[in-house]
Design a protein around this ligand. Structure first.
Ligand code: ADP
Ligand code: ZN
Length: 626
C-alpha cells in the first residue's frame, strides 16, 4: 500500500457526488450552491422541478457532518413521502431518519438519542412538528452541543399566500431564525414568480441569503398543445401510440371527470388509477404508493396530486383540461422526465375550457375584484401560449423572464403550424352577435350564432326570424371547428364575454370595436390542418418513446427487461419504489454496456460505492444470464 492510505482525506463535494450518488458532474448551479452552503452561507434556491434540488442540501449535509457540525434538519410538507426519501438515502449509504406523528414515543426517543450522539446526517420533519415543545427542546440541546448543522426548507413557496400551495404551518418556520440565528438556512422551491419569491425572503428572513436562480428550461420535455376534438379519444390515442406501458399523469379539472377518465383508460387495458381530494386519505396514500412502486402506472388526478412526487421516470404528463395559469401548467408538466430522458407534456384544450376557466374566475365569491383581474391576466397568458404559433418553449421561458431560441422539441417547432387571417370571419362573428341582439333584444349562445353564420335554417333560427338577418349565411365558407377557433380567440381577447348567468349566451365587449373598425387583425393557427398533416407524417415523426428505445439493440433490450424484473424484486423486498434502487437511466446504461466485471460497473451513472457493494455482483449475474 502507498503512503496515501495513511492520510484520511476529507472527501470533497465532488467525491461525495461520485461515491454516494454515483454521478460524475454537478448540474448547472449545484456546485456553487453546495460550496456556499458547506461554508455556512444562507441560500435561496430556485430551480425547476427535476433540476436536482435534493443534492443541493444532501451533499452539504454530508460534508458538514464529516466536518463535525452534526445533523441537518430537512423541513418537508409531505409526511407521506418521508419514508421513501429516507429509504433512498439509506440505499446510498447515508444515515438518515424522519420524525413524524406516526412514530411512537419509544421510536422517537431512540431517534432523538441518535441525533444527540451525532449519528444521523439528515433528519426530515414536517413544519408542524417543529413547533412542538419537545422538538424545540431537542433542537436547543443539539445547538448547545454544536450539533445543529443546517436547516433545509423544501417546497419553501408553501410559506407564501401568493404561491399555489400555501400552508399556514410554514409560517411557524420563523422560529428557526429567531431561536437559532447562527445556524445556516437554505430554502428551496420550483415556484419562481416574483411575488412568491419576495414573500419567501421576508417570511424566512433570507434578505442576506445568496439567491441562486437557475434556468427554468427542461430540454428533455417535448411540449404539445392540441385542439380538443374528442378529448378522451385523443388521450387514448396519445397514450397508446406514444407511451404504451409507461408511467404518466393525466390531469383533469373535476373529481367526476377524474373517475370517468380512469375508468375509460382501464377499459382500454391501461393500468390507471384515480386520485383526488374526495377520496379518503388511506386510499390516496395506497394509490400514491402504487404509482411510485409499480412500473407503468397512469395516475388520473386533479391537481391535488403531485407535489413532492419525485418519481424520476414519469414519461408523460397530459392535461385533458386546461389549467388555471402558466405557473400551474409548468409545475405540473415539470413532473415528467426528471431523469432527463425524453418525455412528453401534452395538452388538449378547446372552447369549453376557455369558458369554464373564465366562469370560475368571474363567479368566485371569495376573491376580490383586484384578485380576479390578476387571475384573468394569468389565464390570458396561458391562452396565448395555447394559440401561439411560435416555439412553445420560447413562450414559456419568456413568461419566466428568460430569453431563448426555438427549441426543435415542441409541436410548433416540429410541425410549424400554418396561420390564416381570420380578421374577416372575426368581424362577421362580432356583427352577427350585434345584429341578433338588436333584432331580438336578448343574447344567444355559440351554437345558435354559428348556425346563423353558416346559414342553417334550424327551428330556432326560423322561430326568431334570424334567417332574415343580413348576417345569415355570410359564413358558410367556414366549418364549425374554424368558427369555434375564431370564437375562442375573441373570448380570449375579451371582445366577447360568455354570460354565465344567462345560459352561457355571448355578449359583445367594448374591445370588439377594434376588430369591427378594422384596427386589429386576428391571426389564427390552422389547428385541424396541422393535426392532419402531423398524423399523415406519422411514419417520419419520431415519438419520444421511439427516441429512447431506438438506441438499444435486441440484446440490450432483453437485458433491460431482465434488469427491470430483478429491480422490481429488490424493491419489493426493501419496501421501496423501484427507482430508489436504480433509475431507469442506470439500467439502460447497464443494458447497453453489458458489463462483465466490477471494474466496468464503476463510473456508470447512479452506481455509488454503497450500491456497487450491495448490488454489483447481482447486477453482473443478471446481465450475464441469457
Ligand atoms: P428536484 O427536487 O429539483 O425536482 P431532484 O432532486 O429530485 O429534483 O432531482 C431530479 C433527478 O435528477 C433525480 O433523479 C436526481 O437523482 C437527478 N440528479 C440530480 N443531480 C444530478 C447530477 N448532478 N447528475 C445526475 N443526476 C442528477
Ligand atoms: Zn420549440
Amino acid at each position: 500500500m502507498s503512503d496515501q492510505s495513511a492520510i484520511t482525506l476529507i472527501p470533497t463535494p465532488l467525491d461525495i457526488l461520485g461515491e454516494v450518488f454515483g454521478y460524475s458532474e454537478f448540474r448547472g448551479p449545484q456546485r456553487a450552491i453546495v460550496d456556499h452552503v458547506i461554508a455556512g452561507g444562507d441560500a435561496l434556491v430556485l430551480m425547476p422541478t427535476g433540476g436536482g434540488k435534493s443534492l443541493c442540501y444532501q451533499i452539504p449535509a454530508i460534508a458538514r457532518q464529516n466536518a463535525g457540525h452534526g445533523v441537518t434538519i430537512v423541513i418537508s410538507p409531505l409526511i407521506a413521502l418521508m419514508h421513501d426519501q429516507v429509504g433512498a438515502l439509506h440505499e446510498a449509504g447515508v444515515s438518515a431518519a424522519f420524525l413524524n406523528s406516526t412514530q411512537g414515543f419509544e421510536e422517537s426517543s431512540a431517534l432523538e438519542k441518535q441525533m444527540l450522539r451525532g449519528e444521523l446526517t439528515l433528519v426530515y420533519a414536517a413544519p408542524e412538528r417543529l413547533n412542538t415543545p419537545r422538538m424545540k427542546d431537542l433542537l436547543r440541546s443539539l445547538h448547545e452541543r454544536g450539533k445543529l448543522s443546517l436547516f433545509a426548507i423544501d417546497e419553501a413557496h408553501c410559506v407564501s399566500q401568493w404561491g399555489h400551495d400555501f400552508r399556514p404551518e410554514y409560517r411557524s418556520l420563523s422560529l428557526l431564525h429567531e431561536i437559532f440565528p447562527d445556524v445556516p438556512r437554505m430554502a428551496l422551491t420550483a415556484t419562481a414568480d416574483a411575488l412568491t419569491r419576495q414573500d419567501m425572503v421576508e417570511r424566512l428572513k433570507l434578505e442576506d441569503a445568496r439567491h441562486f436562480v437557475s434556468s427554468f428550461d427542461r430540454p428533455n420535455i417535448r411540449y404539445t398543445i392540441v385542439e380538443k376534438t374528442d378529448g378522451t379519444r385523443q388521450l387514448l390515442r396519445f397514450i397508446e401510440s406514444e407511451h404504451a406501458g409507461e408511467a404518466g399523469i393525466v390531469y383533469c379539472q373535476s373529481r367526476k371527470r377524474v373517475e370517468e377518465i380512469a375508468d375509460t383508460l382501464q377499459d382500454a387495458g391501461i393500468k390507471a388509477m384515480a386520485y383526488h381530494a374526495g377520496l379518503d386519505s388511506a386510499l390516496r396514500q395506497q394509490r400514491q404508493d402504487r404509482f411510485l412502486r409499480e412500473d407503468g402506472m397512469v395516475m388520473v388526478a386533479t391537481i391535488a396530486f403531485g407535489m413532492g412526487i419525485d418519481k424520476p421516470d414519469v414519461r408523460f404528463v397530459a392535461h385533458l383540461d386546461m389549467p388555471k395559469n402558466i405557473e400551474g401548467y409548468y409545475q405540473e408538466t415539470g413532473r415528467a422526465g426528471r431523469d432527463g430522458l425524453p418525455s412528453d407534456a401534452w395538452m388538449t384544450y378547446g372552447l369549453q375550457d376557455v369558458v369554464n376557466q373564465r366562469r370560475m374566475i368571474d363567479t368566485s365569491e371569495a376573491a376580490s375584484e383586484e384578485f380576479k383581474v390578476v387571475m384573468r391576466g394569468k389565464l390570458d397568458a396561458l391562452l396565448s401560449l395555447a394559440e401561439d404559433t411560435r416555439c412553445r418553449r420560447v413562450s414559456l421561458l419568456h413568461y419566466f423572464g428568460e430569453d431563448s431560441q426555438p427549441c426543435g422539441n415542441c409541436d410548433n417547432c416540429l410541425n410549424p403550424p400554418a396561420v390564416w387571417d381570420a380578421t374577416e370571419p372575426a368581424r362577421k362573428m362580432l356583427s352577427c352577435i350585434y345584429r341578433v341582439q338588436q333584432a331580438s333584444g336578448i343574447n344567444f349562445g355559440a351554437g345558435h350564432l354559428m348556425d346563423i353564420l353558416r346559414g342553417k335554417p334550424t327551428e330556432k333560427v326560423v322561430q326568431y326570424q334570424h334567417d332574415k338577418l343580413s348576417t345569415f349565411g355570410i359564413g358558410a365558407d367556414l366549418g364549425e371547428a374554424q368558427w369555434r377557433a375564431v370564437l375562442r380567440q375573441l373570448i380570449a381577447k375579451n371582445m366577447v364575454r360568455v354570460d354565465v348567468d344567462a345560459f352561457n349566451t355571448l355578449q359583445l365587449m367594448p374591445d370588439a370595436r377594434q376588430v369591427l373598425k378594422g384596427e386589429t387583425a386576428v391571426m389564427l393557427r390552422e389547428q385541424l390542418a396541422a393535426e392532419k398533416t402531423s398524423r399523415g407524417k406519422k411514419a417520419t415523426k419520431t415519438s419520444v418513446k421511439g427516441m429512447a428505445e431506438a438506441a438499444l439493440n435486441a440484446g440490450a433490450l432483453e437485458r433491460l427487461g431482465r434488469l427491470k424484473a430483478w429491480r422490481a424484486e429488490v424493491a419489493r423486498e426493501h419496501n421501496l419504489p423501484a427507482f430508489v434502487i436504480f433509475h431507469d437511466s442506470t439500467l439502460r446504461a447497464l443494458a447497453e454496456r453489458a458489463p462483465t466485471s466490477m471494474d466496468e460497473l464503476e463510473g456508470i451513472a447512479g452506481m455509488g460505492v454503497k450500491k456497487l457493494e450491495a448490488y454489483g455482483a447481482e447486477v453482473l449475474r443478471v446481465c450475464a444470464a441469457a
